[in-house]
Design a protein around this ligand. Structure first.
Ligand code: ADP
Ligand code: MG
Length: 248
């Protein structure tokens, strides 16, 4: 089943072409990696998918419904597509407890069920001790905070998790554990991931499909296996050469 369908979607900021027109389909069960150097348009593309940014041209659809930026209220997209960002410290409210942080989307999205129980379950899914629900973000390590951000994202039981540079702010040893967690969540709860990274090694670990952006243009797209073993574009070869050998 096609989750996202983008037709000729582009984004400009003044004279800057953040994203040249792109056609893209994200299919359920085929996780997508979006790779490219800093400034290549990766975050722009995810913001367009989420309706957080208005396209300069084209249309974005989620399950055949047009994604309309600025529309409020719990739509299917808001519940079924959740987001994890690079820096968990910046994205977690320091005045809220871990339990309150994870419960917030459940409250905002009116997710039915016992909220305390749903929070507990999400914490267990990300291997956080549910007793920590009363702690605050500053009492946790970077890796634990990213687990909280992931727990918050999966608590409403989404179909799609968009992860924008999910491990870039973490120490290398912690990166490996968070990548393993994302992979096991993907397999256990059948999530479709959209993973943004400048590191092809991360996408290799998590995604069946890969697209390569260079200066806002999609220069290559295919299965991750094709991209890794039979790259066509020189920029892709450079990204492959730059893959740090993570102990995955
Ligand atoms: P990436 O996530 O790959 O690092 P971005 O999508 O953030 O790249 O940015 C792509 C391009 O669009 C960059 O040149 C960036 O400076 C520009 N850009 C992104 N957001 C804005 C904005 N809100 N205003 C102006 N330019 C922006
Ligand atoms: Mg970015």
């Amino acid at each position: 089943m096609d989750l996202f369908t983008l037709e000729h979607v582009s984004k400009r900021y003044g004279d800057t072409v953040a994203l040249a027109p792109v056609d893209l389909t994200v299919t359920e069960g085929r996780s997508l990696g979006i790779i490219g150097e800093s400034g290549s348009g990766k975050t722009t593309l995810t913001r367009l998918m989420l309706g957080l940014s208005v396209p300069s041209s084209g249309t974005v659809r989620y399950l055949d419904q047009p994604v309309v930026p600025g529309r409020y209220g719990p739509s299917r997209l808001r519940r079924e597509v959740q987001l994890v960002l690079q820096d968990p410290f910046a994205s977690l409210n320091p005045r809220m407890t871990i339990g309150q942080i994870i419960a917030e989307p459940l409250r905002l999205l009116h997710v039915p069920g016992n909220r305390r129980e749903l929070v507990r379950r999400a914490m267990k899914e990300v291997e956080l001790d549910p007793a920590w629900a009363s702690r605050y973000p500053h009492q946790l390590s970077g890796g634990q905070r990213q687990r909280v951000a992931i727990a918050r994202a999966i608590a409403p039981n989404p179909r799609v998790l968009i992860a924008d540079e999910p491990v870039s702010a973490l120490d290398v040893s912690v990166r490996v554990t968070i990548l393993a967690l994302l992979r096991s969540l993907k397999e256990r709860i059948g999530l479709t991931l959209v993973v943004v990274s400048h590191d092809l090694g991360i996408v290799q670990h998590l995604c069946e499909e890969t697209m390569v952006l260079v200066s806002g243009r999609c220069v290559e797209r295919g299965t991750t296996d094709q991209i890794l073993h039979r790259p066509v574009h020189p920029a892709t070869r450079e990204l492959i050469a730059a893959v740090p050998s993570l102990p995955l």
